[in-house]
Each structure stands twice: as C-alpha cells, then as structure tokens.
Design a protein around this ligand. Structure first.
Ligand code: ADP
Ligand code: ADP
Length: 216
C-alpha cells in the first residue's frame, strides 16, 4: 500500500487559514500556532465584537447578523480585512481565524494576501452544540473556557461572560450557514493543494499535536 505524505511548504511571508465550523476549536488552538509561526491572529469574529463594543457604525451594522447567527455581508468583512492587512505586523503574513467563510471572501483574500496553508479542524455537528452552549470567555484576557471541557480557575470564574450568540438557536443557524456557505471552501482549497485536515473531535492537546505535526 502506498502511504502518501503531503508536505506543506510554510513560507514565512505567507498567511495561514484556520478553518472549521463554529466551536471547532479554532480560537483554542490559535495561540499555539501564533507562538510557533510568529504570525499575528486575525479573527474576524473578534474584530466584529470589538467594533460592536466600541459602538462603531460597522459594529452596529454587523450586530443583527451576529446575534441571529447569520454571516455578516461579504463587503463588510472584506473591508475589515483589507484595512487590517495594511498594518505593519501583517507584512509577513497572518493567521486567519474564522475568515474566509464564503467563496467570494476567499476570492477577495487571494487578491490581498498569499495563503500557503489551510488547517481544517473537523468536528461533527453533534459535538458542536454542547461546545458552543458551554463556552465562556474571560473578557479581560480573551481566554476561552468551557463549563465542562475546560473549567476556568476559581478566582476568575465570577468575571466570565457568555457570548450572546452562544445559545442553541443561534448555533443551529450558524451550523446551517457553515454547511451552506462555508464548508464548500474546503474543497476549493483542497483543489489548490492547500488543505490539511485535523481531527478536532478529540482532547484539545491531541488536536494541538496534530496541528503542530502539520506545521512541522
Ligand atoms: P471556535 O473558535 O472554532 O469557534 P473555540 O476555540 O472557541 O472554537 O472552542 C469552542 C468551545 O469548545 C470552547 O468552550 C472551548 O473551550 C471548547 N473546546 C475547544 N476545543 C475542544 C476540544 N478539543 N474538546 C472539547 N472542547 C473543546
Ligand atoms: P464562531 O467561531 O463561534 O462561529 P466567530 O467569533 O468566528 O464565531 O464569529 C461570530 C459571528 O461573527 C459569526 O456568527 C458571524 O455572524 C460573524 N462573522 C465572523 N467572521 C465572519 C466572516 N468571515 N464572514 C461573515 N460573518 C462573520
């Protein structure tokens, strides 16, 4: 039997995409990838939440989509990314988290930055809802916890928040959006020879080990 091993050339000036359904563990795994590659994390979800918290026009425009679990329109997202990629720390490539989520976004990205690797974290739908509903965030540090799978230390438990869209109804809408609009991107990137899949349905440390094997 021929065992094929695919090697990804990680060019230091190129960007990496962290891909997967909501709750796949993208945010959880991002820190280690940032540390390993030196590329800054660019999370469109975090950028939209920051815009919303700052009360900008863009944040208010995005709010209704986010709370319903629908995708924010492509032109808003592409505008955000264009602006972000002009900052100095993006010149050697970044780690995209939660972007692109549609084919038009991926086409726009191809004009803005060079992507050398797409890491797809695969998790079945039936594991997603429990992850999302149990997710908690530390507003001071941005750290991600889970009531069962990653409980926060007692001293910070009181300040944890739950995202408004982390409820069962919005998660179902987000999963539908993922399957209809985002998952076709996996094939799109696979055809370009850029897709590496990892099993996200295992302990966080084991997912991390698979990702570092891809990076090395
Ligand atoms: P994403 O950024 O892809 O939406 P997160 O990293 O925020 O996902 O993870 C969603 C929730 O699932 C969080 O509460 C996180 O603690 C938890 N989680 C992440 N990875 C795992 C895993 N491998 N097993 C169990 N729970 C996980
Ligand atoms: P999760 O990883 O849990 O799905 P994110 O923080 O990535 O959540 O995104 C939260 C919400 O922000 C999404 O449900 C969507 O409304 C909006 N959003 C984030 N990134 C994008 C994107 N690339 N395109 C469209 N909408 C986005």
């Amino acid at each position: 039997m021929l065992i094929e091993k695919v090697y990804f050339a990680i060019d230091m000036s190129q960007s990496i995409v962290l891909f997967g359904p909501p709750g796949a563990g993208k945010g959880t795994q991002a820190d280690a990838i940032v540390e390993a590659t030196g590329k800054p994390q660019v999370s469109t979800g975090d950028m939209l939440r920051a815009a919303l918290a700052a009360g900008t026009t863009l944040g208010l425009e995005a709010k209704k989509y986010m709370e319903a679990g629908e995708l924010v329109p492509d032109d808003i997202i592409i505008g955000l990314i264009e602006e972000r990629m002009q900052q100095d720390d993006a010149s050697e490539g970044v780690l995209f988290d939660g972007f692109p989520r549609t084919i038009p976004q991926a086409e726009a990205l191809a004009e803005i930055a060079e992507v050398s690797l797409v890491i797809s974290i695969e998790v079945p739908d039936d594991a997603i809802v429990g992850r999302i509903v149990g997710r908690r965030m530390d507003p001071d540090t941005g750290d991600i916890y889970h009531v069962t799978f990653k409980p926060a230390p007692a001293e910070i438990a009181a300040r944890l928040i739950q995202r408004k869209d982390d409820n069962e109804e919005a998660v179902r809408t987000r999963l539908t959006a993922y399957h209809n609009q985002t998952s076709p991107l996996a094939k799109w990137y696979e055809e370009k020879g850029l897709l590496a899949t990892v099993n996200g349905n295992q302990a966080m440390a084991d997912v991390g080990a698979e990702i570092s094997a891809v990076l090395n």
